[in-house]
Write a protein that binds this ligand. Structure first.
Ligand code: 2P0
Length: 350
């Protein structure tokens, strides 16, 4: 029985303004700000338990029951070090017991449907940091903890919050102004939902970490995206979220997905994350929206794609059944895992 133990979980987030490119690869400082929506369904999260005890002989980590090596100087080692640094501050200023000198054991599980093909690093590093923060009873805010999760994996800093979250790129070379902030809590816009269309559950060909660095080194289009495109979109989508304006939210979301995949294509050698099925889903959503707007209605759905072929479709809850029927009709082989952002269970038979 360990002296200290804590368990917390962290959700998956899907960016609508994409993070793609680092200005500092060690500190994980991005070339542009990004913004995500948190998938707060119960079965899309990482749950992590940390323990510390004087009898432990080294830091250890298990992912879904399999032990991972914590290499010196690695992102994992940095997260452990940074959390100890925060604990030492509390020990020194408030006379708390000096447990930061003991080793830590961490066990993390993610319960994503394996076919969902969702990146696990964001939820994983966020859960790691929040569980050690709970273990150490740290007084730090989620934004302060996001500075550490960011050093595990950039997108992880956004999973310290639920709801709508911005990662402010910052300009400082020490990274102290590069952290996540809440744009709006989940309850602000409960009608928004996501449908995850699993196009392929194979591991992606080019990792995000390697791919984005190649883009930074070789893409001229990225400079335009960083300087001209993203800052305006961050402002406009933040306003759309605050106003619950789905039409603007959808336009910007789709435009930014297109822009991210365009800079991937503008990389040398080019990176293709979307495939023919991904592109067919884009066309389906474009036609679905066109039919609505032609009849004087609003945009009803927004697609977005990360570093892989799977589609995430954001829509208001009232349109979700229609969208699921549409996708299932045109892609009868596809397994569409509906993910209402609320707590509804996955419906059977999708
Ligand atoms: C995002 N992605 O904003 C973008 C969109 C993929 C496409 O964040 O090197 O796994 O660990 O900081 O966070 C994937 O990048 O990369 C990512 P590292 P990460 O969600």
């Amino acid at each position: 029985m360990a002296l200290y133990q804590a368990t917390t979980s962290a959700p998956v987030n899907i960016a609508v303004i994409k993070y793609w490119g680092k200005r500092d690869t060690k500190l994980i400082l991005p070339t542009n700000s990004s913004l995500s929506v948190t998938l707060d369904q119960d079965d899309l999260k990482a749950t992590t338990t940390s323990q510390t005890d004087p009898s432990f002989s080294k830091d250890r980590l298990w992912l879904n029951g399999v032990e991972e090596e914590i290499k010196p100087g690695s992102r994992l080692a940095t997260c452990f070090e940074e959390m100890r640094r925060l604990r030492r501050k509390v020990e020194q200023s408030q006379g708390e017991p000096a447990i930061s000198q003991w080793f830590i054991h961490v066990a993390s599980f993610n319960n994503f449907p394996t076919a969902a093909g969702l990146a696990s690093s964001a939820a994983g590093f966020a859960a790691l940091v929040s569980s050690i923060a709970a273990l150490y009873k740290l007084p730090n805010s989620p934004s302060e903890l996001s500075l550490i999760a960011r050093q595990g994996s950039g997108s992880a800093c956004r999973s310290l919050f639920g709801g709508f979250v911005a990662w402010q790129a910052g300009t400082a070379t020490d990274g102290l102004d590069s952290y996540a902030v809440e744009v709006a809590p989940r309850e602000h816009w409960p009608e928004i939902s996501a449908v995850i269309c699993v196009v392929s559950d194979h591991k992606k060909g080019t990792s995000s970490t390697a791919g984005m660095q190649r883009t930074v080194e070789t893409s001229t289009l990225l400079q335009h995206r960083i300087k001209e495109v993203v800052p305006q979109r961050m402002t406009n989508i933040t306003k759309a979220i605050k106003d619950r304006d789905f039409d603007t939210f959808a336009r910007i979301t789709m435009a930014d997905s297109n822009s991210f995949h365009a800079v991937a294509l503008d990389t040398e050698p080019p990176i293709f994350y979307m495939n023919d099925v991904s592109r067919a889903i884009v066309n389906l959503i474009v036609e679905y929206n066109r039919a609505s707007t032609a009849a004087g209605g609003p945009l009803k759905a927004a697609y977005t794609y990360d570093a892989g072929p799977n589609a995430v479709i954001y829509a208001l809850k009232e349109h979700i059944p229609e969208i699921v029927n549409l996708v299932s009709h045109y892609f009868p082989q596809a397994e569409s895992a509906r993910s209402p952002l609320g707590a509804e269970p996955l419906p059977a038979g999708f």
